[in-house]
Design a protein around this ligand. Structure first.
Ligand SMILES: Cc1cc2nc3c(=O)[nH]c(=O)nc-3n(C[C@H](O)[C@H](O)[C@H](O)COP(=O)(O)OP(=O)(O)OC[C@H]3O[C@@H](n4cnc5c(N)ncnc54)[C@H](O)[C@@H]3O)c2cc1C
Ligand SMILES: *[C@@H]1O[C@H](CO)[C@@H](O)[C@H](O)[C@H]1NC(C)=O
Ligand SMILES: *[C@@H]1O[C@H](CO)[C@@H](O)[C@H](O)[C@H]1NC(C)=O
Ligand SMILES: *[C@@H]1O[C@H](CO)[C@@H](O)[C@H](O)[C@H]1NC(C)=O
Ligand SMILES: *[C@@H]1O[C@H](CO)[C@@H](O)[C@H](O)[C@H]1NC(C)=O
Ligand SMILES: *[C@@H]1O[C@H](CO)[C@@H](O)[C@H](O)[C@H]1NC(C)=O
Ligand SMILES: *[C@@H]1O[C@H](CO)[C@@H](O)[C@H](O)[C@H]1NC(C)=O
Ligand SMILES: *[C@@H]1O[C@H](CO)[C@@H](O)[C@H](O)[C@H]1NC(C)=O
Ligand SMILES: *[C@@H]1O[C@H](CO)[C@@H](O)[C@H](O)[C@H]1NC(C)=O
Ligand SMILES: *[C@@H]1O[C@H](CO)[C@@H](O)[C@H](O)[C@H]1NC(C)=O
Ligand SMILES: *[C@@H]1O[C@H](CO)[C@@H](O)[C@H](O)[C@H]1NC(C)=O
Length: 600
C-alpha cells in the first residue's frame, strides 16, 4: 500500500489553476479539510457550497469521468444515449419475484454530476408533508417543508424556456426562485395540439384530474405543467454544470479527481475512539491502494447504491453478513443497506387515430435519422426543436386512491398525508402514441442492498423488492384504471383509439404490471436518517454516521422514505442543508496541526 505523505508544506494548495485531475497520482499533497466521495448530484452541490469558505480545502473523488464536453449529457434530447455507456454504472437488479422473476436494468450516473448528468431532469419537490414526515422521523424540525424553503430557493434558478413563450398560467411564479444554481424551465411549446387536449381532458374530468397551476407548491395533486432542470440555453442543468461551473472550478481550495474509485473508508490511526476520516482508493482491481485522510470529515456522497456498498466493504453493516464474507466488522449496524425503497413504473401507451390530431413534425424522430440530424442542427443553431427536452410529455397527473378505498382500509396508507400522491402519470405524446408513464410513488415495499463478496469491484446485489407489499400492486392496478379513465375524456373521442395492451380483467392487468415494470430509478433509504435515539438507522439528523466520528453521508441514501416525487430536488435539499451544517460546525474550529499527524 502506498500512503500518500500528508503534506507539511501547506502552500502546496496554490499550485496551478487546473484543479481537476484524472488520476490520483496527479493530485497534490494537500491537508484536506474535507474529502467528498462521489461528485454526483449531492456531492458536487456540497463541494460548490463548502468551497465558498476559502479556508476549507476540499477534495472530490469521482469514480466516473468529467461531464465536460459530453454531448449526450449536455443536449437534453440525447440524454437517454448516456445510458449503457461509460457514463452509466450499468447495474441490474437481482431477479424480482414481483416481476415474474425478471432482473431489470438499474442505471446510475457514472460521471461528474452523477445521476443529475444522465437523469430525466423532471423538477418535482414533492408534497410538503413528505418533508414534515422527515422532520418528524428525524426529530429535527429543520427538515420540515417550512424550514427547507431557503434551500429550495438557493437551489433553483427559474428561467424562461428557450422559445420565450409566455408562461403565464403554466406555473405560480411566487413559488419559485431565480437566485439559485440549477436552472428550471417549463417545456417549449412543441406539441400545442396535444398539450391543449391534455388540459382539456383535465378540465372535462375535473376531480382527481383538476388542473393544478403549480405542482411544486407543496400541494402537488392534480394535473399540471411539468418543470425541468433545463436552462434557457436549452442545455441540461446538472449539479456539475451549475454548482461546479467554471468559476467555481477555478477556486484554489477545490480539487476534483475523476476516474478514481473509492473502495473503502478506514479507521484513522491515532485518532480517538472510532474515527473514520480516511479513504482507500484503487484505480483498478489489481492496482495498489492509496490512502488519504481528511482533517475534518470524510463525506460519502456516492448515492443510494454506492454509499452502502462502500460502508459494507468497510465493515460497517450487519456483523453476521460481514462475517460470512470474511469482512472484519468495524461497526455493527444492521440498518446499512436495508429499507431500500424505490418507485416501480412503466409506459402505458395509447394508440392515436391517424390524422385525428396534429402530432407535429417530429412524430418519426426516434426512427428517422434525417429528422435526428435536423433536430441536432436546430438545437445547435438556436436551441429550438425537440432536443431541447428529454421527457416527451409536458404534463404530470399526481393522483390518490379515494380515502375510503378498500386498499387503504386493508393495508393502511403509506403516503405522508392526504395531499400526497400514490400514483404519478407523466402525460404526453412520444412517437405516434400518447403515453401515461406511471410511477407508483408511495410504495410500502422495501428491499435491500447487499454485497456478495469482499471484493469492492464486484457489483452489489440490488433488490428493490418491487410489489413485495400487495398494497403496491393493488394501487398500481388502480393507477392503470385512472390512466384509462383519463384516456376516455370526451376530448379524446376518435383520437385515442385504445390501450396498446390487452389487459382488462384484474388478473390481466396484474400480469401486464409484472411483465412491464421497470425501475423508476428513485432509490433511497440504504443509509437512513433517524432520530438521535432511534434503535435503527445509519445517520443522525445532522447526517453524521451514528457511533462514528468524522464520517458523514450526504446523498439520497439518507432518506428513510422515498418522496412522492422524483428525487433530484430532495437530494439537492439534503446537500444544501448539509453544507450549512458543516460550515456551521467547523466555523471556529482550527485545523489540526500537521505535526500531530506526523506522530501517528
Ligand atoms: C435514468 C434516470 C433518470 C432519472 N430521472 C429523474 C428525473 O427526471 N427527475 C428527478 O428528480 N430524478 C430523476 N432521477 C433520480 C435522481 O437523478 C437521483 O435520485 C439523484 O440524482 C441522486 O443523487 P445522489 O447524489 O444521491 O446520487 P448520484 O447523483 O448518483 O451521485 C453518486 C456519485 O457517486 C459516484 N460514486 C459512486 N460510488 C463511488 C465510489 N466507490 N467511488 C467514487 N465515486 C463513486 C457516482 O459515480 C456518482 O457520481 C433519475 C435517475 C436515473 C438513473
Ligand atoms: C457500461 O456498459 C457499456 C457497454 O457495455 C460499457 O462501454 C461501459 O464501460 C460500462 N460502464 C462502466 C462504468 O463500466
Ligand atoms: C468552461 O471551461 C471549458 C474548458 O475550458 C470551456 O470549454 C467552456 O466553454 C467554459 N464554459 C463556459 C460556460 O464558459
Ligand atoms: C478482482 O480480483 C480478484 C482477486 O484477484 C478476482 O477474484 C476477481 O474476479 C477480480 N474481479 C474483477 C471484477 O475483475
Ligand atoms: C426500516 O425502517 C423502519 C422505519 O420506517 C424501521 O422501523 C426499521 O427498524 C428499519 N429497518 C432496519 C433494518 O433498519
Ligand atoms: C411518419 O412516418 C410514417 C410512416 O413511415 C408516415 O406515414 C408519416 O407521414 C410520417 N409523418 C411525418 C409527420 O412525417
Ligand atoms: C432556428 O433555426 C431554424 C433553421 O435555421 C430557423 O428555421 C428558425 O426560424 C430559427 N428559429 C428561431 C426561433 O430563431
Ligand atoms: C367511496 O366513496 C364514494 C363517494 O362517496 C362512493 O361512491 C364509493 O362507493 C365509496 N367506496 C367505498 C369502497 O366505500
Ligand atoms: C392484443 O390482442 C390482439 C388480438 O388478440 C392482437 O392482435 C394484438 O397484437 C394484441 N396486442 C398486444 C399489445 O399484445
Ligand atoms: C408475460 O410474460 C410471459 C413470459 O414472457 C408471457 O408468457 C406472458 O404471456 C406475458 N403476459 C402478458 C399479459 O403480457
Ligand atoms: C436521547 O437519549 C438521551 C439519554 O437517554 C437523552 O438525554 C436525550 O434527551 C435523548 N434525545 C432525544 C432527541 O430524544
Amino acid at each position: 500500500m502506498v500512503f500518500l505523505r500528508l503534506a507539511l508544506i501547506l502552500g502546496l494548495g496554490s499550485v496551478g489553476l487546473c484543479t481537476t485531475y484524472s488520476t490520483i497520482q496527479d493530485v497534490p499533497n494537500i491537508k484536506w479539510d474535507f474529502i467528498i466521495v462521489g461528485g454526483g448530484t449531492a456531492g458536487s452541490a456540497l463541494a460548490g457550497r463548502l468551497t465558498e469558505n476559502p479556508k476549507f480545502d476540499v477534495l472530490v473523488i469521482e469514480a466516473g469521468p468529467t461531464n465536460e464536453g459530453v454531448e449526450d449529457s449536455i443536449i437534453p434530447g440525447l440524454g437517454p444515449k448516456t445510458l449503457s455507456t461509460r457514463y452509466d454504472w450499468n447495474f441490474t437488479t437481482v431477479p424480482q419475484q414481483g416481476l415474474n422473476g425478471r432482473s431489470i436494468p438499474y442505471q446510475r450516473g457514472h460521471l461528474l454530476g452523477g445521476t443529475s448528468s444522465v437523469n430525466g431532469m423532471v423538477y418535482t419537490r414533492g408534497p410538503a408533508s413528505d418533508y414534515d414526515r422527515l422532520a418528524r422521523i428525524s426529530g429535527d424540525s429543520g427538515w420540515s417543508w417550512e424550514n427547507i424553503q431557503s434551500y429550495l430557493m438557493k437551489n433553483e434558478k427559474l428561467e424562461q424556456p428557450s422559445d420565450n413563450h409566455d408562461v403565464e398560467g403554466e406555473l405560480d411564479p411566487t413559488m419559485h426562485s431565480s437566485m439559485g444554481k440549477v436552472a428550471v424551465t417549463l417545456p417549449n411549446d412543441l406539441s400545442p395540439a396535444i398539450d391543449a387536449a391534455t388540459l382539456q381532458a383535465s378540465k372535462e374530468l375535473g376531480g382527481d384530474f383538476q388542473f393544478n397551476i403549480d405542482m411544486n407548491s407543496g400541494k402537488p395533486l392534480g394535473v399540471g405543467w411539468m418543470q425541468s432542470t433545463i436552462g434557457h440555453d436549452g442545455t441540461r442543468s446538472s449539479s456539475a454544470t451549475s454548482y461546479l461551473d467554471n468559476q467555481t472550478r477555478g477556486r484554489k481550495n477545490l480539487h476534483i479527481v475523476t476516474d478514481t474509485f473509492v473502495t473503502r473508508v478506514l479507521k484513522t490511526p491515532g485518532a480517538k475512539g472510532l474515527t473514520i476520516r480516511s479513504v482507500e482508493i484503487r484505480s483498478s482491481n489489481a492496482s495498489e491502494a492509496v490512502i488519504l485522510t481528511a482533517f475534518k470529515e470524510v463525506i460519502l456522497a456516492s448515492g443510494t447504491i454506492g454509499t452502502p456498498h462502500i460502508l459494507l466493504h468497510s465493515g460497517i453493516g450487519d456483523e453476521r453478513d460481514l462475517k460470512a464474507l470474511n469482512i472484519e466488522t468495524v461497526l455493527h449496524n444492521p440498518s446499512v443497506g436495508r429499507n431500500f425503497t424505490d418507485h416501480p413504473g412503466f409506459f402505458i401507451p395509447f394508440s392515436l387515430a391517424p390524422n385525428s390530431i396534429d402530432m407535429g413534425p417530429w412524430v418519426n424522430l426516434s426512427t428517422d435519422p434525417a429528422l435526428q440530424a435536423q433536430a441536432l442542427y436546430l438545437w445547435k443553431t438556436n436551441r429550438t426543436g425537440p432536443y431541447v427536452q428529454y421527457i416527451p410529455g409536458h404534463h404530470i397527473a399526481w393522483l390518490r386512491l379515494p380515502e375510503n378505498s378498500s386498499i387503504i382500509k386493508q393495508f393502511g396508507d403509506p403516503s405522508s398525508s392526504q395531499e400526497s400522491a400514490h400514483i404519478e402519470l407523466m402525460l404526453g405524446m412520444s412517437g405516434r402514441t400518447y403515453n401515461a408513464i406511471l410511477l407508483m410513488v408511495s410504495p410500502a415495499s422495501r428491499g435491500s442492498l447487499t454485497i456478495k463478496s469482499n471484493n469492492p469491484f464486484d457489483n452489489p446485489l440490488i433488490d428493490p423488492g418491487y410489489y413485495s407489499s400487495q398494497f403496491d400492486l393493488l394501487t398500481t392496478r388502480e393507477g392503470i384504471k385512472s390512466a384509462v379513465k383519463f384516456s376516455k375524456a370526451p376530448v379524446w373521442e376518435n383520437v385515442i383509439t385504445g390501450l396498446l395492451a390487452n389487459a382488462t380483467t384484474d388478473a390481466e392487468i396484474d400480469a401486464f404490471i409484472r411483465n412491464n415494470t421497470v425501475s423508476g430509478l428513485h432509490p433511497v433509504g440504504t443509509a437512513a436518517m433517524s432520530s438521535v435515539n432511534a434503535s435503527w438507522g445509519v445517520v443522525d439528523p445532522d447526517l453524521l454516521v451514528k457511533r462514528v466520528s468524522g464520517l458523514r453521508i450526504v446523498d439520497a441514501s439518507v432518506l428513510p422514505y422515498v418522496p412522492s416525487a422524483h428525487t433530484q430536488v430532495i437530494a439537492y435539499v439534503v446537500a444544501e442543508r448539509a453544507a450549512d451544517m458543516i460550515k456551521d460546525k467547523w466555523r471556529d474550529v482550527r485545523a489540526s496541526s500537521p505535526l500531530l499527524v506526523l506522530q501517528q
